[in-house]
Design a protein around this ligand. Structure first.
Ligand code: CTP
Ligand code: MG
Length: 231
C-alpha cells in the first residue's frame, strides 16, 4: 500500500489568539507544523506530501522544511475544505491516480503516533470507502437547550470524536468534497463530505493524545507531555 498526504495549514488560528497562526507556534524547539510533517516524511510507503499554505503567509518560507524537496505546496483557501481541495488538485498534478489513498491531516495536530498511522493504513487497506482515526467519547454527554439547561443525556456508547488522518481514495474524496461544497453543506472534515455523498466511512480507534491544538490550554498540555517524554 502506498499513500499520499495533504496537510491543510492555511488557517489563522483565531481561537488560539496568538501573534501568529498556531501551526507556527513552538512545541519544544520546533514549530508545530514541523512536528506534524515529521509524522509522515520518513514513512516508507509515502508517495508524496502536499502542504496547503495561505498565499500571503510570511512564516512558512522561514522554516527549514520549506526547502525540503519532499514537501510540495498548494495554495490554501478560505475554509479548511477549500485548502484540502487545493491540495488534492496538486496531487493530481504530481501524478496521483484517482484510486490512490490520500491521508488528510491537520497541520495543528503534531502528536500523531506512528503506531496510529500504521494501524489506520492496515485496517483500511482493503476498505471500499476509507475512514478516519477517532476516539470514543469518554465523558457523560448532555444535550443542552438555548437556556443553558440539560434537555437529556446522550447515549455515549455511539459517539466518537473525529480526529485526523482521514483516509480516502483521491477520486472519491474530490467528488464528495466538490458535491458537498456545491450544495453549501458545512464541511468540517473529509468524512462528513463522504457521508453526505452516501458513503459510510469507518472509524479506527486512535490515541486520545493525537489532539488538535485549538485553544491555548491544548498547547500547554502538549508542551508538558513533550517535556516529560524527553526527560
Ligand atoms: N485550515 C486550512 N485552511 C483554512 C482553515 C483551516 O488549511 N482556510 C487548517 C488549519 O491550518 C489547521 C486545520 O485546517 O491545521 C484545522 O483547522 P482549525 O483547527 O479550525 O484551524 P484554524 O482555522 O487555523 O483555527 P480557528 O478555527 O480557531 O481560526
Ligand atoms: Mg478553523
Amino acid at each position: 500500500l502506498v499513500f499520499w498526504v495533504v496537510i491543510p495549514a492555511a488557517g489563522v488560528g483565531s481561537r488560539m489568539r496568538a501573534d501568529r497562526p498556531k501551526q507556527y507556534l513552538l512545541l519544544g524547539e520546533r514549530s508545530i507544523i514541523e512536528h506534524t510533517l515529521d509524522c509522515f516524511l520518513d514513512h516508507p510507503a509515502l508517495s508524496g506530501l502536499v502542504v496547503c499554505i495561505a498565499p500571503d503567509d510570511p512564516y512558512w518560507p522561514a522554516l527549514p522544511c520549506a526547502r525540503d524537496t519532499r514537501v510540495q505546496l498548494a495554495p490554501g483557501g478560505r475554509e479548511r475544505c477549500d485548502s484540502v481541495l487545493s491540495g488534492l488538485q496538486r496531487l493530481d498534478e504530481l501524478g496521483a491516480n484517482e484510486h490512490d489513498w490520500v491521508l488528510v491531516h491537520d497541520a495543528a495536530r503534531p502528536n500523531l503516533a506512528r503506531e496510529d498511522l500504521d494501524r489506520l493504513l492496515a485496517e483500511l487497506a482493503d476498505d471500499p470507502v476509507g475512514g478516519l482515526l477517532a476516539v470514543p467519547a469518554r465523558d457523560t454527554l448532555k444535550r443542552v437547550g438555548p437556556d443553558g439547561r440539560v434537555v437529556e443525556t446522550v447515549d455515549r456508547s455511539v459517539i466518537w470524536q473525529a480526529f485526523t488522518p482521514q483516509m480516502f481514495r483521491l477520486g472519491m474524496l474530490c467528488d464528495a468534497l466538490e458535491a458537498a461544497l456545491a450544495s453549501r453543506m458545512q464541511v468540517t472534515d473529509e468524512a462528513s463530505a463522504l457521508e453526505w455523498a452516501g458513503h459510510s466511512p469507518r472509524v479506527v480507534e486512535g490515541r486520545a493524545d493525537n489532539l488538535k491544538v485549538t485553544r491555548p490550554e491544548d498547547l500547554e498540555w502538549l508542551a508538558q507531555r513533550w517535556k516529560t517524554d524527553r526527560e
